[in-house]
Ligand binder design. Structure first.
Ligand code: PRP
Ligand code: URA
Length: 209
């Protein structure tokens, strides 16, 4: 079973506290999503392989470590996942970016696909699927299904807030996928919203409500 990492770092927790607050406005919300994503990215890339190389500093030869192994790709689940991309690319400038467009049907809560575009060489990359919210898990499972259909075998899922139902759904459908979350909340309500959560992540990032 893929390990589930819950990142209870004080900086992440503090930023999450502001993010959750209903009085936090669009600008600050968007900035916080970015900052939390960068901190999560730092943890989620901790086990990337490195190799030793020799370089010349101005005064001596040094043995240093550089990234080796698979190149990386970041795949946001639209819309809200877009809020996590920019700060991750700041840290990993050579990463390619794919997009998977899904929205939850308001009645059934099932994901509906409306757009997908992936880098041609996605199957050879270490893929980070990013989405602030993991509620029923339907969107994450569908996004990972799609990536696997395109040959991806190395997939890590990053969500800011999840809940037990969503984690279970991903683990059952994709037991090979490692997960990183900043918080695991209590439960879903009758509308499949995370409680206490932060409301609708897409609306809060883009100011659509
Ligand atoms: C939200 C969120 C996830 C999904 C999570 O997106 O960003 O993609 O819901 O719910 P699930 O785990 O039950 O599938 P939404 O469908 O609201 O679309 P949006 O980002 O375009 O607003
Ligand atoms: N999508 C969101 O944006 N928030 C939730 O709580 C659940 C799904």
């Amino acid at each position: 079973m893929g390990t589930v990492h819950v990142l209870n770092h004080p900086l992440i927790q503090h930023k999450l506290a502001i993010l959750r607050n209903k009085n936090t406005g669009v600008k600050e919300f968007r900035e916080l999503i970015g900052e939390i994503s960068a901190l999560m990215c730092y943890e989620a890339t901790r086990n990337l392989p490195t190799e030793e190389v020799q370089i010349e500093t101005p005064v001596a030869t040094a043995t240093v470590h550089v990234l080796s192994g698979k190149k990386l790709a970041i795949v946001p689940v639209l819309r809200a996942g877009l809020g996590m991309v920019d700060t991750m690319i700041d840290l990993i400038p050579s990463a390619k970016v794919g997009h998977i467009g899904l929205y939850r049907d308001p009645e059934t809560h099932k994901p509906v696909e409306y757009y997908c575009k992936l880098p041609d060489d996605i199957a050879n990359r270490q893929v980070y699927v990013v989405d602030p919210m993991l509620a029923t898990g339907g969107s994450a499972v569908a996004a990972i299904d799609f990536l696997k259909d395109h040959g991806c075998r190395n997939i890590i899922l990053m969500n800011v807030i999840g809940c037990p139902e969503g984690i279970q759904a991903v683990q059952e459908a994709h037991p090979d996928v490692e997960m990183y979350l900043a918080a695991v909340d209590e439960r879903l309500n009758e509308h499949a919203y995370i409680i206490p959560g932060l409301g609708d992540a897409g609306d809060r990032i883009f100011g659509t409500k």
